[in-house]
Write a protein that binds this ligand. Structure first.
Ligand SMILES: [Zn+2]
Length: 455
């Protein structure tokens, strides 16, 4: 057999664990794995490199089409950042674009906006909002191929913008779960108590508070835990599989653990910024590190790491949620947009923080960044290095540290709380379906080879 490409001499992370072996690729798929493979048009020598499945990041926001938010992030800039950072597939959130993705028509509008602009593969969330429950919105989005659904329990969206996303009330959450349960999809939930966090925020601002650490105090852990409990309770009533987004406190994970022991179909993720930053660092960084739920204290972070290692948190995501700099450049942190730009450096940071600094096995690292999220959202061609799967493969150079600079960022808006940080490992090459889309010396391949994944 003449292969298109053979990867030799690398330490390859397979589903069973890491081993030195060769990988052969034909027509974009992994065609063979084993020693001494020969006969290919191209050979990549991966000597000294870790060969990993590309990251499947199930929490990324691109604001295209964006309306008033069109400058926040685009498909070209966002997916180039992914190519450079080793994220070969992401699942795109249904909000921040305008119109928000909440119907068959808005989903088609989104696909059209990304046509010919994708450097990596992109699957989509459908939106669950109070206004798409009586007009067939959920079923239409399933027909158009969404991988999963997303809703907000915290306040979100601009009620003055036509077609913007909106958070669910309890009725819409319950009725939405009833409808989604019939589709076989998972509902991902931003779980924070809207009423309490809104009023605590207003009270703090009225008192003249302005620091990011003071913003954190207006979203205490119990407001997250309560919402997670309520979501789980509704999931139990409706039979809807759910996934709790960006859990920022260990007590939130404990709710998920208890529910799973009861047989409820629930999983959770955390974000890499919760595993990296702590509240005491935030006032020095400023609003570019503002997000919700907020970045909590050292004890919370240690709890998240414990549950990540124990397998109770299935994946660590970027929640890449960019905006323009003026929306971050506020004297009062309460006035700044909440969202962190991080997708480009997350594989590097996870490898450094989890594998190099905390001793995570390579197998668990690959499970967390790729296999678990691909399985949870039923993306069968993604998530691992296995014969028959898409050859979405990244090469990580371990113990190769760099200091992140703004000019290295591919984002439309080149800022990130990771700028200036020393990161101890680096993705040096990325393959998407067998083609090199990024190589550290050559840069990003100019051909956008990514595709929308329609399930
Ligand atoms: Zn998000």
């Amino acid at each position: 057999m003449q292969y298109d490409l053979i990867i030799k001499n690398g330490l390859v992370i397979l589903e069973s664990g890491e081993t030195y072996t060769d990988i052969a690729i034909k027509n974009g798929k992994i065609a063979a794995i084993g020693p001494n493979l020969v006969q290919a048009d191209e050979i990549i020598d991966a000597n000294g490199l870790i060969v990993s499945p590309g990251m499947v990041d199930i929490h990324v926001h691109i604001s295209e089409p964006g309306g008033v938010r069109h400058e926040w992030e685009g498909y070209i800039t966002g997916t180039k950042a992914c190519a450079k950072g080793g994220v070969t597939t992401f699942v795109e959130m249904p909000l921040n674009q305008l119109p928000a993705t909440t119907s068959g028509e808005t989903l088609r509008t989104k696909y059209a906006a990304g046509e010919g602009k994708l450097y990596v593969d992109v699957a989509s969330y459908g939106g669950l909002v109070p206004y798409n429950l009586t007009n067939n919105g959920i079923a239409e989005q399933v027909e158009e191929g969404v991988a999963a659904f997303k809703c907000f329990m915290a306040t979100c969206g601009d009620p003055n913008l036509d077609g913007d996303f909106a958070n669910v009330n309890d009725y819409a959450l319950w009725e939405g779960m009833r409808q989604i349960a019939k589709t076989g999809k998972v509902l991902a939930i931003h779980a924070e108590n809207a009423a309490i966090t809104d009023i605590l925020g207003q009270q703090a601002k009225a008192r003249g508070e302005s620091k990011l650490s003071q913003y954190v105090a207006t979203r205490p852990a119990f407001t997250e835990i309560e919402a997670i409990r309520r979501a789980i309770f509704f999931a139990k009533q409706t039979g809807c599989p759910i996934h709790i987004c960006h859990v920022a406190c260990p007590e939130g994970v404990e709710e998920v653990i208890k529910a799973r022991q009861e047989g409820i179909n629930v999983t959770c993720e955390t974000c890499i910024h919760y595993l990296y930053f702590t509240t005491d660092q935030l006032d020095a960084i400023g609003p570019i590190a503002k997000c919700s739920p907020p970045i909590r204290d050292q004890q919370a972070q240690e709890g998240l790491w414990k549950y990540l290692f124990a397998g109770h948190i299935i994946t660590a995501v970027s929640d890449h949620s960019p905006c323009t700099y003026d929306l971050k450049d506020k004297a009062n942190a309460f006035d700044a947009w909440g969202g962190i730009s991080g997708v480009q450096n997350n594989v590097d940071i996870m490898f450094d923080e989890a594998v190099q600094k905390r001793g995570m096995s390579l197998k668990q690292f690959a499970d967390i960044i790729a296999k678990n999220p691909a399985e949870r959202y039923n993306l069968p061609t993604k998530g691992s290095i296995q014969v028959g799967k898409d050859a979405d493969i990244i090469f990580i150079k371990p113990h190769s540290s760099y200091v992140l600079k703004e000019q290295d960022l591919e984002y439309r808006n080149k800022f990130s709380p990771y700028v200036g940080r020393q990161i101890g490992a680096q993705v040096v090459q990325t393959l998407l379906r067998g083609k090199t889309i990024y190589q550290i010396n050559a840069g990003i391949n100019s051909t956008p080879r990514g595709e929308f994944i329609r399930r």
